[in-house]
Design a protein around this ligand. Structure first.
Ligand code: SF4
Length: 517
């Protein structure tokens, strides 16, 4: 792999549009990695169908492994997804190595979040007082239902029938779009990836790049179906232009705009939204009514702390030094109105969970997803939850431990997520802690529980263990294949056992070392 020397992009083009001899390009096995498929070479004539996400049946536990199996069975999608995200991870590493004090920044960010979360009430009240002084209306929502009702109330009071909205994971948590549809308000996403997902009736599959699991050909199909674009043209420039043409009139005619927030500053009563498309600025500035939907954990005490997070966020997320837009919202514009809905939705309960409260430090950069081998190969929609990847494994069960009881097992516990997390959340340790917790709560499948109990018994009796190993070796060598590889053996569905040795290590040791330890 070569990364080439660092150079400034004098021609002003986005890196993906640079020529093939771009010195900044990353190569893997002789192929250039382009995370946004910026190169518009034609793909094969018959596109591979897009694998869909997890099947959700009410409150039944999500079968992530089943959905991941379908994603892996679509090799073009799996390969593209894996390479695209690994490309982001490599770009993140390059940026990180360019900052000598990276580890100090991570520690500082973690400490600021820890301090804020342990004084949350104080900083939230400070923010509320300062925001009101700035002319912002501040609302408090206990849960998703209250959040949706409050926003609906504001829109109703203004006679608003259409809302443009930038990407916000909190509104995904709240089931905001379906709720708005049920009360007759049209919501239009302004982030390109999120709009693709909205038009395709899918949730975002990644917190930063919501349509990262789709090929260009998938997007061409979605746009052909929904906005009348050419189904055979999957050129990225054509697709982006088609969407802009379709979306811009809706944006200009909208009655209200909505954003989330990346950071909320207590001392100034202001909030900050980071995007790369400037779409949050359209949502906030085109209509006169701006509503910001904000999770209470987004608060930081002082403006000077923002610099720490802004330096970490985009580098960790996309491997770029900064988001293209870092917009500060200080109050309503002249003749307009600004509302902030501070939403709990399970956060204060999570704050009380001794082993999991530090997950509230998360700044939603997605770095843990980009590095996770399970996520990269199974796609975010296989998790069947608002949050996917490593951070999802520890947040989702706090919403519903039964429905998401399988998720903490979708990890190899390799710890890479913890290593890249810019706010130093001990992600893999929390995943492991969730496994213990789910066993305690009897939320693991019967077969797994029985197998673990049997293994525990066996491992605590050396003589029985040795006899079982000898029996297993004999069975593998002599019994028909279906005895070892059947429906009960999920592990064996995609793997082969090694050939059984002629002699166990114990018997070899006994024979050659006289049984001495
Ligand atoms: S857990 Fe850490 S790495 Fe993962 S999204 Fe949150 S801040 Fe980023």
């Amino acid at each position: 792999m070569s990364t080439g020397p660092k150079q400034s992009h004098d021609n002003g083009l986005h890196p993906e549009l640079l020529p093939p001899d771009d010195p900044d390009a990353i190569y893997h096995n002789g192929h250039r990695l382009d995370h946004a498929e910026g190169v518009s070479r034609p793909m094969r004539s018959k596109p591979e169908p897009q694998p869909r996400g997890a099947r959700v049946h009410g409150n039944r536990p999500i079968d992530q492994a089943e959905a991941a199996g379908r994603f892996i069975a679509a090799p073009e999608h799996e390969k593209m997804h894996d390479e695209r995200l690994w490309d982001l991870r490599q770009k993140r590493d390059r940026e990180m190595h360019g900052i000598e004090e990276w580890e100090e920044l991570r520690s500082l960010a973690s400490a600021i979040k820890e301090h804020t979360l342990t004084h949350l009430d104080q900083y939230l009240e400070q923010f509320e007082a300062n925001a009101r002084a700035n002319g912002i209306h501040v609302h408090w929502a206990r849960d998703a239902a209250e959040h949706n009702r409050i926003v609906h109330g504001i829109l109703r009071d203004h006679g608003a029938k259409s809302l443009i909205k930038s990407k916000s994971m909190l509104t995904e948590e709240c089931g905001f779009r379906p709720y708005m549809a049920s009360v007759g308000i049209e919501v239009v996403e302004t982030d390109l990836g999120e709009r693709i997902q909205q038009l395709d009736n899918e949730d975002p599959s990644h917190v930063v790049v919501p349509a990262v699991h789709k090929l260009r050909t998938d997007v061409a199909q979605v746009f052909a179906r929904t906005i009348g674009a050419d189904p055979n043209n999957s050129d990225v420039h054509y697709l982006a232009e088609a969407q802009r043409e379709a979306n811009r009139p809706l944006i200009l005619a909208a009655d209200a705009g909505m954003t989330g927030a990346n950071f909320v500053v207590a001392e100034t009563g202001t909030f900050v939204v980071c995007t790369n498309e400037g779409n949050a600025d359209l949502s906030a500035n085109v209509p006169k009514l701006h509503i910001a939907s904000i999770g209470i954990e987004k608060i930081i005490p002082r403006l000077e702390h923002l610099a720490v997070f802004v330096r970490l966020l985009s580098r960790s997320a996309l491997g770029s030094p900064m988001t293209q837009y870092t917009s500060h919202f200080r109050g309503p514009r002249q003749g307009g109105e600004m509302h902030v809905v501070l939403t709990d939705n399970g956060r204060s309960a999570r704050l009380g969970l001794a082993e999991f409260w530090t997950s509230l430090k998360c700044i939603r950069c997605g770095a843990c997803m980009n590095t996770c081998p399970v996520y990269r190969r199974s796609g975010g929609l296989s998790y069947g939850a608002t949050y996917s990847g490593p951070i999802g494994l520890i947040i989702d069960p706090t919403f519903n431990a039964h429905k998401y009881s399988n998720l903490p097992f979708a990890s190899s516990l390799n710890g890479s997520c913890t290593n890249v997390c810019p706010v130093k959340i001990n992600i893999h340790e929390q995943i492991y802690a969730w496994r213990r917790e789910l066993v305690k709560r009897h939320e693991v499948p019967f077969v797994k529980k029985a197998a673990m109990k049997a293994a525990g018994e066996l491992l605590s009796r050396p003589a029985a263990y040795r006899a079982a190993i000898a029996a297993a070796d004999f069975a593998l060598a002599h019994l028909p294949r279906f005895v070892a590889y059947n429906g009960l053996n999920a592990w064996g569905r995609h793997r082969e056992n090694p050939h059984p040795p002629k002699q166990t290590f114990h018997s070899w040791h006994h024979a050659n070392r006289g049984g001495k330890q």
